[in-house]
Design a protein around this ligand. Structure first.
Ligand SMILES: [Ca+2]
Ligand SMILES: [Ca+2]
Length: 324
C-alpha cells in the first residue's frame, strides 16, 4: 500500500482515494463499481472527508491502512497521481483491496499509576479495583485478580455492526467458570467477548470469541470456540476474534491459527467502552479475568488468516527467540 494520491494539498491513503473517487464518479456516472457505492458520505466544514466507513472518528474514517504505513499523511507531496485528474476505474480497483485499520492499541507497558495509554487512538484506559501493571508478553501487561479488577475506556471508536477484529495476548491463572479477557460494553450485555470458559462440558476449558445477537440478557450467543491444549494454560496465548459482516461469520484464532467459527444472524452496534479483564451480564460488570492481558488491539475490518499469522509472528519472544 504505497500508492498515494494528492488532492487539494493533502496526500491521501489509497482507501480514502477509493471513497473520494466513488463520490466523484457518483456525480459523473461514466464508471460505476457497485462495491464502492455509498462509501463517501460528506465533507465537513473543515474539509475533512467524512466517510461512511467503519471507524467512528472523523480523523480515522476511511483510513483503512495500518496507521504506521502513513507516517507523513498530509505532508508528503511527492505523489504519483496528478491531482488534476480523477482516478480511473483501474486505479479504483487497484486501491479497493484495503487492509483493516488499527484503531486502538493498549500496550499496557506502564509501570504504575491508574491509567494506560492508547498508543494508536485517543482512548486512555483507567485501571479499576486494584488492577496492576506487571510482567507481560511484550514489556508490561495488566495483572488482574479475577475478582473485580479491570481496565476500561470511555468508548471505542469503531462500529461493531460492521467487520472488526479484536486481538490480545492473554494468560489465565485459573480455569473455572466463564471469564472474559476483552470485551466491549453494550447497555445490558457485552457486544463481544474474548475469553475462556471451563465447565462440565469442557473440563480442560475452552477459548472462545462470542457475540450476542442483540443487546439483551436473553439474546442468543453466537460463539467461535476451541478447546485449548494443555500447553496453553498458564502461559501467554494470542487470541484473535474476527467478525466478518459480509458473511456474518465469527472466527477465533489461537496463536495465529484459525480454529472455531460461528455465524451471526443479527448485527448491532454498541457504544460502550473497551473492557480489559471483564465482560458484562445483566447490565453489570462480570466474568472477571484471573490472570494477565497484554497488547489489546481493535481493528476495523476483518483481518485475514495471513494478517493474523503475520501479526502473531511479529511478536518477538525474548525468552525463546524461536517462538513463535
Ligand atoms: Ca481487586
Ligand atoms: Ca505490553
Amino acid at each position: 500500500m504505497s500508492r498515494r494520491a494528492e488532492s487539494a494539498g493533502f496526500v491521501l491513503p489509497a482507501c480514502v482515494v477509493v471513497a473520494l473517487s466513488a463520490l466523484f464518479l457518483a456525480s459523473f456516472p461514466l464508471v460505476s463499481h457497485a462495491g464502492l457505492a455509498g462509501e463517501a458520505e460528506a465533507i465537513d466544514a473543515d474539509s475533512n472527508w467524512r466517510l461512511d466507513g467503519n471507524a467512528r472518528s472523523s480523523s480515522d474514517a476511511g483510513h483503512h491502512g495500518s496507521l504506521g504505513e502513513y507516517p507523513s499523511w498530509g505532508h508528503d507531496r511527492s505523489s504519483e497521481h496528478n491531482s488534476g485528474e480523477p482516478l480511473r476505474e483501474d486505479d479504483i480497483l487497484l486501491h479497493a483491496d484495503c487492509t483493516p485499520t488499527l484503531v486502538h492499541e493498549m500496550r499496557l507497558d506502564e509501570t504504575g499509576g491508574t491509567t494506560t495509554a492508547d498508543s494508536v487512538g485517543g482512548r486512555t484506559g483507567t485501571l479499576h479495583n486494584g488492577a496492576q501493571f506487571g510482567a507481560g508478553r511484550i514489556g508490561n501487561a495488566i495483572h488482574l485478580d479475577g475478582m473485580n479488577d479491570h481496565v476500561s475506556t470511555a468508548e471505542a471508536d469503531l462500529r461493531f455492526d460492521r467487520s472488526f477484529t479484536v486481538a490480545a495476548w492473554v494468560r489465565i491463572n485459573e480455569r473455572s467458570g466463564k471469564t472474559t479477557a476483552v470485551s466491549v460494553d453494550g447497555a445490558h450485555t457485552s457486544k463481544f467477548r474474548l475469553g475462556h470458559v471451563r465447565d462440565n462440558q469442557n473440563r480442560l476449558g475452552t477459548w472462545y470469541f462470542e457475540m450476542a445477537e442483540s443487546d439483551s440478557e436473553s439474546a442468543t450467543i453466537t460463539k467461535a470456540a476451541s478447546s485449548p491444549l494443555e500447553s496453553e494454560v498458564n502461559t501467554w496465548v494470542h487470541l484473535v476474534g474476527v467478525y466478518d459482516a459480509d458473511t456474518g461469520e465469527l472466527w477465533l484464532y489461537i496463536n495465529g491459527t484459525r480454529h472455531g467459527d460461528g455465524t451471526l444472524q443479527n448485527a448491532w452496534d454498541a457504544d460502550g467502552g473497551l473492557q480489559i479483564g471483564r465482560g458484562k451480564s445483566e447490565g453489570t460488570p462480570a466474568e472477571f479475568w484471573p490472570g494477565a492481558v497484554d497488547d489489546v488491539r481493535l481493528y476495523t475490518g476483518a483481518l485475514t488468516a495471513d494478517h493474523i499469522e503475520t501479526l502473531f509472528r511479529s511478536y518477538r519472544d525474548s525468552e525463546n527467540p524461536s517462538v513463535p
